[in-house]
Write a protein that binds this ligand. Sequence first.
Ligand SMILES: NC(=O)c1ccc[n+]([C@@H]2O[C@H](COP(=O)([O-])OP(=O)(O)OC[C@H]3O[C@@H](n4cnc5c(N)ncnc54)[C@H](O)[C@@H]3O)[C@@H](O)[C@H]2O)c1
Length: 382
Amino acid sequence: MRIMILGGDGYLGWPTAMAFRCAGHDVLAIDNYFRRRIARETKSDALIPTPLLAERAAVFHQMTGQSIATVEGDCCDFEFLSRQFAEFAPEAVVHYAEQPSAPYSMMGFAEARNTLTNNLNATLNLIWAVLEHARDCHIIKLGTMGEYGTPNIDIEEGWIDIAHKGRREKFLYPRQGGSLYHTTKVMDTDLLWFYVRIYGLAVTDLMQGPVYGLSTEEADLHPALVPNFHYDDIFGTVVNRFLVQAVAGIPLTVYGKGGQTRGYLNLRDTLQCIALAAAHPAKKGELRILNQFTETFSINDLATRVQRVATGMGLRVDVQELDNPRKELEQHYYNPAHHGLIDLGLEPHFMTDEVVAAMIERVQAHRERIVVDRIMPRVRWK
Ligand SMILES: NC(=O)c1ccc[n+]([C@@H]2O[C@H](COP(=O)([O-])OP(=O)(O)OC[C@H]3O[C@@H](n4cnc5c(N)ncnc54)[C@H](O)[C@@H]3O)[C@@H](O)[C@H]2O)c1
């Protein structure tokens, strides 16, 4: 297939580009380095330096003999994106090109506007580029489990049947994002659903939980091929943060009571899920929603696990309960369905102690680059 990756320089985009290329597909990776720029602006640089996209593609070529086409450009520029679709004529496009940080979206007006305009314009432009140049192209869009929030009922896979006064109808499952970032993902889903039902697009919207890990078959070939790894309060996800805190000897920062429960998955499983979605496309006129995670943990579960494994490796790890900078339930019911990807063939890699230990070792190799004043939360939901 001809597969376009929007956000190809990102944590997920780069490993996806390599995996598709090694599976024999033609790949075009597009990125405008938006994340690198806002990470610099917020003093949130990644732990491990990563070369720019074209340089990484050159290293990938040296290691595998395979080529990934790369283009620097902004998905919010419709003329640019439209030209890429006209020239490359993708059969599938994976849309990762969004501002992915909840705390960044809550910093202030400028960051809120950046998040809203970037995420919604990129999605609208993608839809129109498909409509104008690649009508049969399967759109694989990254949503987030955070779109559902933490309702006190079971979370279904995207849709819910509602019986009301003796009649029934199927609707998008109710969604309530806990940050402006999550709210833009909810709006993306609504936008996609509108264009699916009116224009007959084929869309898979993947409600993904937080991803962890640095290791994939291709990323392990050379240090320059590693994905970006953030551990600060703005771009670092909780697993990365706990690993770095354990290595740096900083107590693990549990926000509030630590009962916040989410569905997590290994980076290797993200790659499997995207490959499965591409190999089994949504039908025309279908918005297929799949919940993309493999196991659920509370923050306290994660802290205990990292503490146990790190202690076994000779590190001294304490856990500290911080005043929660976010507005969220700290103890709640959480039972999301997630059978769609398993039915397609997903074989999960779970977060075993060995997996945690391997990630700690990777962080230890870059220990001298940890900047400790990037650990405590700088952004409050108020
Ligand atoms: N990483 C996770 O745990 C996770 C979990 C759930 C959902 N997601 C979603 O997956 C997607 C990718 O996440 P990630 O962790 O790889 O984030 P990332 O920031 O590392 O990657 C996103 C990439 O998109 C690029 N980008 C953003 N706006 C762009 C634009 N207008 N034009 C061109 N490029 C642009 C950025 O520069 C960046 O390289 C996001 O949509 C995110 O919301 C990620």
